[in-house]
Design a protein around this ligand. Structure first.
Ligand code: 5GP
Ligand code: ZN
Length: 131
């Protein structure tokens, strides 16, 4: 059991944006930006790597649909789609969920920064390919 399973079962209240037999979308309690939402499967998987591919595809298809709905209705100018996987990546709830974060301008209350590093790219590729 986890906090999102409790939300799915109605034991903890939530603001529901969308629900069907397999998927629930709710407003994130933090509202990092206005309309920050979470989309999750009703079936518990610890993270996205643990989720069967077909169910993940289905989830992401709904994420795209909801992102379009949010963009149309919130008048945001951009959207970040985020899946934190593992503690080091910022995952705090171990039930796979996709963040939909509407963006209104570059100085709103979320900052995603890609810093540069000078790694040897051939070495990196070798590692990633398991060569
Ligand atoms: P994570 O850090 O695991 O990617 O994201 C977890 C998210 O769940 C956070 O953005 C946090 O604000 C949100 N959250 C945690 N507890 C609750 C809750 O009880 N209700 C709602 N609606 N969101 C929650
Ligand atoms: Zn769960």
């Amino acid at each position: 059991m986890c906090i999102f399973c409790d939300i799915i079962e109605g034991k903890i209240p939530s603001k529901k944006l969308y629900e069907d037999d397999d998927i629930l979308a709710i407003l994130d309690i933090s509202q990092t930006t206005k309309g920050h939402s979470l989309v999750m499967p009703k079936k518990h998987y610890d993270n996205f790597l643990a989720m069967p591919n077909k169910e993940f595809s289905n989830l992401m298809s709904k994420v795209q649909e909801l992102a379009l709905q949010i963009k149309t209705n919130s008048k945001c100018t951009g959207i970040n789609i985020l899946i934190n996987t593992g503690k080091s990546a910022g995952q705090s709830v171990e039930h796979i969920h996709v963040h939909i974060i509407p963006r209104y301008d570059e100085n709103d209350s979320i900052n995603i920064e890609f810093k540069e590093n000078a790694y040897d790219l051939d070495e990196v590729l070798k590692t990633l390919k398991g060569a």
